[in-house]
Ligand binder design. Structure first.
Ligand code: CDP
Ligand code: MG
Length: 699
């Protein structure tokens, strides 16, 4: 097996040189870091590379409106800097230090770590907020971790974010869509509130570009009597933390199946390499679950090769207990294998990793404004990501990274950087948020990276047809404001509003809650047959949305029993989450004046409400197609019903889907059958241009 591997010639360097920062410092990890487990928390904190920069960071924040901190993953940016700020008094007088993350799981994980370091309970002095989960206390919380999306939402109630003294925008290199919007808005806020400090932190940011973005802001005159006059040009501080070399190995020939290749590589490492944990980068829950199962089976059947392996998945949506396992120390004599999405690339630090296996892929969002289709696809990562992934191996001692692609591919084909998410996303949610914040000229907004005008126009068009924007592209009252108020994608929000008129808000809120989580089905492999049988017990002829209602009803009738879930291959934790989200949506609905009402057995109302929100996702079965091929009405794209849908092989003539996944084909997930006449009823403007296509087929 070993001959597949060829050592790479690239000398791994994780930090690109900074050009002309205000301050450039560097240091490396203390090499005596093997005794981590025994050091007191205080000692551990002092050993982190960022500790040496404590004074510099505090000085920069004091003296500059915006500071940029670039530093290796694991150097202590996320967990330490908010604590330094608090120790320096930035949370005095009831003020709050915010630290944003693009990922929910990272928010929870760092909040509990920081609370532990400070010896407090999460939710008190250290708290966190993610959508549908607020573990913070307005009176007590001084350091608050939150997703960038949640901070955007907070701006709706408090446009200048007055309770925050410092906002640390973390993981800025990820360039998530919410991070980019946030950066644009924070730049605006700073003009109105110069005392607000921004700290942008990231692992591999192009610091110069980010600095230029903030530099170009013209500051208003500081009013008289104002004492703090932070300097305007951003400061850049670079914390170099990596002390150990990572040997890179490439495959000699391209691999056919990266999951299989990853599994064999783990077994190879386990067989031939000394102790040390392994981190495998795959793309999402589906391929991670397959790899976990393959390795677990291997461990069971072939004791020699894989005994002593502890195999753990890591992706968002894991329960608390599953997360804790990933972070807990590896018992002596064992080897931990964590199989992760790119969440472990920079958002989370795992101790003890010595070997990294990099598939070269991640799940990425891509949007095509011409066809109006947004997809999550498995796509090649960038060189920057590949370097980050490799770097995870060299934290404690020299490590090895096994790339499941050739060196030639890395050098010649991988792009240098990823594309910011805002340039590859559907912008409907983004536009409505900016509108709700009073940003009317969206095309002229100061973006860190401009989205394409086509995507903008598409988004405006959809919002207009949803009745959210008027002819002047302003939010309509009350619908536009109500849709913006609900923390869900605008199409779901519109569906909830429509349910009020159709008298089925109880049902639609349940559906909205289920659609907000990844899946309510149990996701073990090798149980496909049982899972399909279980689905049949609940399957509704109308489609998946109505099936969810049957499941929810069954769950309630069982007394919310975990055994019932187990018997029916339903994920109990997911159902509990559905209940929680449902409660929150109920509160929001009441606030918006929606009357909670059940339509009992009238599923036509439910389907009409779904149509009112999701008319843009309507598809028609191709008349002479025996393969179950549908075409979208909007873009005439070929799509198929996903095998996990209860309508798979049923193929009703007209359907609406909730989302698309792309593998060998474009598959519709969560599908409901409709009557085509409801489309023109729900969205006359939207379907006007399509009349020609619609007319001949309405019978
Ligand atoms: O943000 P950055 O990647 O620079 O580092 P961090 O997340 O602040 O992590 C600093 C250190 O805290 C890591 O090297 C880990 O040793 C430790 N840590 C941990 O043990 N458990 C966590 N859940 C988070 C961090
Ligand atoms: Mg971090």
């Amino acid at each position: 097996m070993a001959q597949f591997w060829k050592p790479g010639t690239e000398k791994p360097r994780l930090l690109d040189d900074e050009e002309g920062g205000v301050l450039f410092l560097s240091s490396s990890f203390s090499s005596s870091s093997s005794g981590y487990g025994y050091a007191s928390i205080e000692r551990q904190r002092q050993r982190l590379p960022v500790y040496k920069y404590r004074t510099s960071i505090l000085y920069l924040v004091e003296s500059h409106a915006t500071s940029i901190v670039v530093g290796e993953t694991g150097s202590g940016k996320t967990t330490q800097i908010p604590q330094y700020l608090k120790e320096a008094g930035w949370a005095d007088g009831g003020r709050v230090i915010a630290c944003t993350q693009p990922r929910r799981l990272a928010v929870q994980a760092v909040a509990s770590r920081v609370a532990e370091e400070m010896g407090v309970k999460v939710g008190e002095e250290v708290g966190y907020t993610i959508r549908f989960e607020d573990i913070s206390n307005p009176d007590a919380t001084r350091i608050k971790f939150l997703t960038d999306g949640v901070l955007l939402r907070e701006m709706m109630d408090d446009p200048l974010l007055t309770k925050y003294s410092v906002i640390m925008v973390d993981e800025a290199h990820e360039r998530s869509i919410s991070t980019d919007i946030l950066l644009g808005l924070l730049k605006k806020i700073q003009k109105r509130r110069p005392q607000l400090r921004l700290l942008i932190s990231s692992a591999t940011i192009e610091a110069k570009a980010m600095s230029d973005f903030f530099q170009s802001s013209k500051r208003r005159q500081v009013s008289e009597g104002e004492e703090l006059r932070p300097r305007l040009e951003p400061a850049i501080l670079s914390v170099e933390g990596r002390g150990f070399n990572v040997q890179i190995h490439y495959v000699e020939d391209p691999v056919q199946d990266y999951v299989q290749a990853a599994v064999s590589t783990v077994l190879l490492i386990h067989d031939q390499e000394p102790a040390g944990d392994i981190l495998v980068f795959l793309t999402g829950q589906d391929d991670i679950d397959v790899a976990v199962k393959m390795l677990t089976e291997e461990a069971r059947s072939n004791g020699k090769n894989s005994s002593g392996l502890i195999i753990l998945p890591l992706y968002s949506g894991l329960s608390r207990a599953e997360q804790d396992l990933v972070f807990s120390p590896t018992p002596k004599g064992k080897r931990k294998v964590v199989i992760s999405t790119n969440i472990a690339e920079t958002s989370l630090t795992l101790e003890g990793i010595v070997y990294v296996v990099d598939s070269g892929f991640s799940k990425q969002r891509f949007y095509n404004p011409i066809s109006d289709i947004e997809n999550l696809v498995v796509a090649p990562i960038s060189k920057a990501s590949a370097r980050q992934r490799a770097g995870r191996a060299g934290r404690l001692r020299p490590g090895k990274c096994y790339r499941l692609y050739t060196e030639e591919y890395f050098v010649n084909e991988m792009s240098a950087q990823g594309i910011p998410e805002i340039q590859r996303s559907n912008l409907v949610s983004c536009v409505i948020q900016l509108k709700a914040l009073g940003i009317d000229n969206i095309l002229g907004f100061d973006w860190p990276a401009s989205p394409s005008p086509e995507s903008m126009i598409r988004a405006l068009e959809v919002l207009y047809s949803l009745g959210v924007l008027d002819d002047d592209a302003k939010l309509t009252s009350p619908v536009g404001f109500q849709v913006a108020e609900i923390p869900l994608e605008p199409m779901i929000s519109k569906m909830i509003l429509a349910s009020n008129e159709l008298g089925c808000s109880e049902e639609i809120i349940t559906i909205a809650a289920v659609l907000s989580i990844q899946s309510i089905w149990f996701s073990g492999r090798g149980v496909q047959k049982e899972l399909d049988e279980a689905k049949l017990r609940f399957a509704a002829a109308e489609g998946d949305h109505v099936t969810f209602l049957n499941i929810y009803k069954g769950f309630l009738q069982s007394g919310k029993s975990s055994q019932w879930c187990h018997r029916n291959f339903i994920n109990y934790h997911a159902m509990k989450k559905v209940m929680e989200i449902r409660e929150q949506l109920k509160r929001i609905a009441l606030r918006l004046g929606i009357v909670l009402k059940s339509c009992e057995r009238d599923m036509q109302s439910v389907r009409k409400a779904v149509t009112a929100g999701f008319f843009a996702n309507a598809c028609r079965l191709e008349a002479f197609s025996h393969s179950g091929m549908y075409k979208t009405i909007r873009g005439s794209q070929e799509v198929y019903i996903h095998p996990s849908s209860v309508l798979f092989r049923v193929n009703p003539r007209w359907v609406i889907y909730h989302s698309l996944v792309s593998t060998d084909r474009q598959y519709m997930r969560n599908v409901i059958s409709i009557d085509s006449s409801w489309l023109t009823e729900a969205a006359p403007h939207f379907y006007q241009q399509q009349q020609q296509q619609l007319n001949p087929i309405i019978h």
